[in-house]
Design a protein around this ligand. Sequence first.
Ligand SMILES: [Zn+2]
Length: 201
Amino acid sequence: MQMLHPCRGSIQQYEQGLSDPDRYRPDHCPLCHTSDPLRAHGFYWRTLVDVEYDESIRVRRYLCLLCKRTVSLLPEFALPYLRFSLGVISLFLVSRLLYSRTYREAASAASQPNMAYQRGQFWVRRFQRQATALCAALSSLTSVPPAKDFLTRALQMLVTIGWIPAHRFLFGELRAHLLGWPRSLIPHGCRVNLSPAPASS
Ligand SMILES: [Zn+2]
């Protein structure tokens, strides 16, 4: 199961905080809810592309000795199962969808001038599918602006809230993926996909 790493800062600050397994050790298992602290269980590596960053980062893992399942702490600037950081994706989506820039201009705004067209198209499609549900879910954090459509409304709400705080809320509180869980992953520890139901439930 993936949880968010509590560190709020840069990639460098995140990496510095990884060396001490006790510092952010969860005090209980989120899966079986035993109150015994989890045991440090090494790391896994994942790639991350951020503005001026394209390397692998370590993700700290813990093991629950009672239910034998692992919990990993993903930094909040990375979205589960996506190689590009939330910062890069948000810059692209705002430029392309809110300011109606071309794909090429939006990729440049996200500091990825050579990015494949299909990658941006993939993010746009996933975001479009989520827009209505995002408006509903995020309405507990900010008012819903009177925009012309759900897509614009969702983008304006994300800009107001901040993409990382919104992701923290969606993933941390609702177990929802900002761009929607890939269908193949829904049964694997991801409780729900966002639906337009109220977020307060
Ligand atoms: Zn457990």
